[in-house]
Design a protein around this ligand. Structure first.
Ligand SMILES: *Cc1c(COP(=O)(O)O)cnc(C)c1O
Length: 387
């Protein structure tokens, strides 16, 4: 019996050690980790630079209130701003908080410019934005919202990829469109570049804001710092989280100057958000990800991974029906029971994670090597043969 509230279906295993792309179970078994804590361990487990950083910072200063200037926070904000579309960053502890902050900032902007009636956000079916009340009802996944009513108002949902429905849903109350650049939980569905460009154009024409949720696909996962960079567009607001802390909880909302104007002292806050310990680790993650050539390497290895997966798809088209994603955010769609496939993968000492649409997500650490990709492909092939 566990005293932990049963909100998760957990696999009957626990780990005591991790290094790079591998996890070591308490019974000594070694697993190839292609989950990375769901795109969290961006630099793999116990990366030397992160270990050294947390050791050093833990002897200096852990936490001070945001009532004071926090140099590590200033530095991380400046670096994020220097390398992205954003002009400001605000710090929290999770992806859900970062998406909620995005919603607040969008509403406050229109309030500030004298259009308080523009306060509704258009979202898409199949989306995932987190498990707080507002982020929950923003995504409106029937399984997730069941029993948690009353519904949090302020969201107008349209079917994913339905352009006409989207256009029809826009009215004088629309403040923003919020969508994941690549739907993660929703089955690694990539918004094509022309759709992202179309969304940007639509938002400009209709005087509404574009929020791109990059909590899962951002921070180098696709081989660019942000996934939307592939489309050559700039959104107004971007929540990130998972990968930026490398395993330490950090959520960030990035905004451009235009939409930032409403967010004055007292409009938002987080006790833990942006504390020195978290920020030193965020900076350490950036030290590596922004290193010259790092993202190019992710692109290269990501393409190799895609090629190998597509080869498997061609050879075993009766089982792999689709290969999706970008960079190291990959999904394979399974014909048959994807949970059973994952169980078999696990028996073969490799970890993957489920997404909807019968897709198995494969999210190796960004430092994964060609050799480890080859190992994964061998295990996947073995699993297919046994499936
Ligand atoms: C995981 C995720 C969230 C929520 O992040 P939490 O840290 O679990 O609150 C929000 N949006 C997307 C796209 C995610 O993948």
């Amino acid at each position: 019996m566990s005293a932990v509230l049963g909100t998760y279906n957990r696999r009957d295993i626990s780990f005591s050690k991790g290094k790079g792309c591998y996890l070591y179970a308490t019974n000594g078994d070694k697993y190839l980790d292609f989950v990375s804590g769901i795109a969290v361990n961006s630099l793999g487990h116990c990366h030397d630079h992160l270990v050294q950083t947390i050791q050093k910072q833990s002897e200096q200063l852990w936490h001070v209130s945001n009532a004071f200037i926090i140099p590590e926070q200033e530095r991380l904000a400046q670096r994020l701003v220097d390398h992205t579309f954003a002009d400001y960053a605000v710090f929290m502890n999770s992806g859900a908080e970062a998406t909620e902050a995005s919603i607040k900032i969008a509403r406050k902007y229109f309030y500030e410019i004298g259009k308080p009636e523009k306060n509704r956000i258009i979202t898409f079916t199949g989306a995932f934005h987190g498990r707080t009340l507002a982020s929950l009802f923003a995504a409106n996944n029937p399984e997730h919202v069941k029993g948690f009513g009353p519904k949090v108002d302020g969201f107008d949902q349209v079917p994913f990829a339905d352009h006409d429905a989207l256009k029809k849903a826009i009215n004088e109350n629309t403040a923003a469109i919020m969508v994941e650049t690549i739907l993660g939980e929703g089955g690694i569905r990539v918004l094509p570049n022309e759709c992202l460009a179309g969304l940007r154009k639509l938002c400009d024409e209709q005087d509404i804001l574009l929020i791109l949720d990059e909590v899962q696909c951002g921070v180098g996962r696709t081989g660019k710092f942000f996934a939307f960079e592939w489309a050559g567009i700039e959104p107004d607001i971007v929540p990130i989280a998972k990968g930026i802390g490398g395993g330490f909880p950090i959520g960030v909302c990035l905004v451009n100057k235009k939409v930032s104007i409403g967010m004055k002292p007292g409009t938002h806050g987080s006790t833990f958000g942006g504390n020195p310990l978290a920020m030193s680790i965020g900076n350490a993650v950036l030290d590596i990800i922004l290193e010259k050539g790092f993202l190019e390497k992710v692109q290269e290895i990501g393409s190799y991974f895609e090629e190998q997966l597509k080869k498997l798809q061609k050879q075993y088209s009766n089982i792999i029906t689709d290969v999706r994603g970008k960079g190291l955010l990959r999904g394979i769609q399974i014909k048959g029971d994807s949970v059973k496939f994952l169980d078999q993968l696990f028996k073969n000492k490799m970890l993957g994670v489920k997404a909807s649409d019968n897709v198995i997500r494969l999210l190796p650490p960004l430092i994964v090597t060609k050799k480890e990709i080859d190992e994964a492909i061998t295990i996947i092939e073995k699993t297919i043969k046994e499936f």
